[in-house]
Design a binder for this molecule. Sequence first.
Ligand code: S3P
Length: 426
Amino acid sequence: MIKRVLKCNKGLTGEITIPSDKSISHRAVMFSSLAKGECTVKNFSSGADCHSTLNLFKQLGVNIDFTDEKTLKIKSEGTLIPGSNNIYSCGNSGTTMRLVSGILAGQNFDSTLTGDESLSKRPMKRVIEPLTLMGAKIESTDSHAPLYIKGQPLHGINYSSKLSSAQVKSCILLAGLNAEGETVFTEPYVSRNHTELMLDYLGADIKVDGNSVTISSSELEAKDIYVVGDISSAAFFIVAGLIVPNSDFVIKNVGFNSTRSGIIDVVRRMNGNVEILNERIVSGELCADIRVKYTEFLKSCTIEGEDIPRLIDELPVIAVLASQAEGETVVKDAQDLRNKESDRIKCLTDELRKIGVDIEEREDGFIIDGKKRLKGGSELESYHDHRLAMSFYVAGLVSENEIAINGFEWTKISFPEFEQLMEKLS
Ligand code: S3P
């Protein structure tokens, strides 16, 4: 589907409520499926990725029903039962494949995890390697999906990861939840910690010490979970509000976990006008409302090191923000962006250049010389990548001429409500 976007001349105003966090929604279904008993998950994501997780756990014998559009009732015996053919599709969702491989590796049955074309190209060595050290038996072609998992008893490990990845960390912690002995996972910088927070909330034996997490075999309690809004979805609106002249609006119910709020720190470094209102804790997660105002004089900044895991999914739209800031914005230490739903460094560089962004590709990031006029007038390819499609939409709001985005329907992966909410502010 081709989406055409016109320059926004009158500013974005009003109020929106940001829908459910994708990372927390996945974990709510997975962890509640491992807990014996009944619980409710409120404000579950309507994105296709989270539905891949939901369908997979239904196939594994868990009772999951919608009681309304966004509320799930989950009833589980606390044990998983193999589905009819033992093949489970993860769709486009890396989070589903990587986390579920940690759950299935220690079961007393075999499973196969499959993915769509994009997911089948993404690296799985990062989970196969540490799981194998725990005693798992996983076969694949060159560490790519499909993953053939032969269920085995697992034992704990002490693992230092080279990557700061919440998907790898969560996979190993979930394997450790069902392994003999203690599992310790250490990463260079702290990646998103929703797994640690939710496992602790559900009663697991888990301890966090700086960049290390220790877990031992535990039974989880079934408890109700309310999923806060997704800061990665809010990011498109934050950037749009800062760069579209005359904008002033409030984004309600945004998850504000400090391992996810790197974009707010960057916006502040760039002189962006954002105000954090009404901070509160919801089901163990910090949540807030954000007021965003157009900022005429944005300045460039450097984004690197420990910033990266705290804003990894926001980098494509941060590139759009940097295109409107005075000076050179440098993004480095972000080589894992090449392993997302697309090679986000290459695809972003190729496409943003077409509309006049002065962007240079680097192995581990990019450099943008901002405050150049965006001419627009081109068709941009989304490469089946939801976050690229939405970032290009935001760029279209400040481009002189109409832009077209090919593959806009991929926004359904994380944020089917995106366009409707954008229209509400227009
Ligand atoms: C996610 C972690 C991140 C992120 C992805 C969701 C998660 O990946 O990019 O969209 O829910 O754990 P990595 O942990 O591999 O960086």
